[in-house]
Design a protein around this ligand. Structure first.
Ligand SMILES: Nc1ncnc2c1ncn2[C@@H]1O[C@H](COP(=O)(O)OP(=O)(O)OP(=O)(O)O)[C@@H](O)[C@H]1O
Length: 279
């Protein structure tokens, strides 16, 4: 279980000012739960993920994972980024097996475990390929296999599919849902895409901005695997968009001026046959 208790995070800025990125954030993520976080750009989603990963330190409050206070990165939490970060000089098999060196396993054992995960992400035919020979979606599959092979309790995913085209993204998120259903990992998933969040998650957390706070949360009570055509899923997407509109308005007004209103130009989220609007 991940427990985030009254967390504040400030960053010092030039001229000695400090910027509050997260303000009094409290959140509990149960073992095996799939939770997504959505919110406007700059509301502190990545900051929250980096704090849980142990890459950053809280300014006040506490984060615990399995009852242990997070003070540094740990093998129980692995991050998958938007950028796959594969080693271009290694094959798919060697990329996936790489992290296992630190576990003191033989080469044969490392390759056997890596191959199992490569199979789980449907890339068995590409074990000997190099990253430059793969599409963007395939590279992200390798990144997921590389994370899974370490067998962490928790996967922290920071917009892993954001750079992919709509069709590839949809296929990948359905595959991720399948992997999650099989492995029972705890997943925290950050996205700008409401449909992606709803299709994947048990719970969607909506963040407010300036400063970053938890605004609202929505339980996704549809049957698994989630279907984009399910009216329940679709209704929830609209509710989440509604909850986000005020927050998006804050960001848009800051950028475009105070006379601009999203409420006058509402963002449609109506079609069930595409990936929905990104925020
Ligand atoms: N290391 C840092 N130093 C100073 N300010 C930072 C640092 N990291 C983040 N911030 C600021 O904290 C705020 C939250 O940033 P964060 O990247 O967490 O937002 P986000 O919701 O993930 O945004 P996006 O959706 O655009 O990725 C932003 O205003 C950002 O500029």
């Amino acid at each position: 279980m991940i427990t985030i208790n009254n967390v504040n995070k400030s960053f010092s800025q030039r001229k000695g000012n400090s910027y509050t990125a997260l303000d009094q954030v409290s959140l509990t993520i149960k073992k095996g739960e799939f939770v997504s976080v959505v919110g406007p750009s700059g509301c502190g989603k990545s900051t929250l993920l980096n704090l849980i990963a142990g890459f950053e330190k809280v300014s006040s409050g506490t984060i615990t994972v399995g009852g242990q206070k997070v003070t540094a990165p740990g093998a129980d939490r692995i991050v998958v980024f938007q950028e796959h970060g594969l080693f271009p000089w290694l094959t798919v098999l060697d990329n996936v097996a790489f992290g296992l060196k630190q576990k003191g396993l033989s080469k044969k054992e490392r390759y056997a475990l890596a191959f199992e995960q490569i199979k789980a992400v449907h890339l068995s035919k590409f074990v000997d390929s190099y990253p430059h020979e793969l599409s963007g979606g395939m590279k992200q599959r390798v990144a997921i296999a590389r994370a899974l092979v370490m067998d962490p309790d928790i996967l922290l995913m920071d917009e892993p599919f954001a750079a992919l085209d709509e069709q590839t993204r949809f296929i990948l998120l359905k595959d991720l849902e399948e992997i999650w259903l099989k492995t029972g990992k705890t997943i925290l998933f950050i996205t700008h895409n409401i449909r992606e969040a709803v299709i994947l998650s048990d719970r969607v957390i909506v963040m407010a901005t300036q400063p970053g706070r938890v605004k609202k949360e929505f339980a996704v009570q549809a049957a698994r695997p989630h279907q984009s055509g399910d009216p329940l899923i679709h209704a929830l997407e609209n509710k989440i968009m509604e909850a986000l509109t005020d927050e998006l308005e804050k960001v848009v007004r800051e950028e475009l001026g105070h006379e601009y209103s999203l409420k006058k130009n509402p963002i449609s989220n109506s079609s069930a046959d595409h990936m929905g609007v990104g925020i």
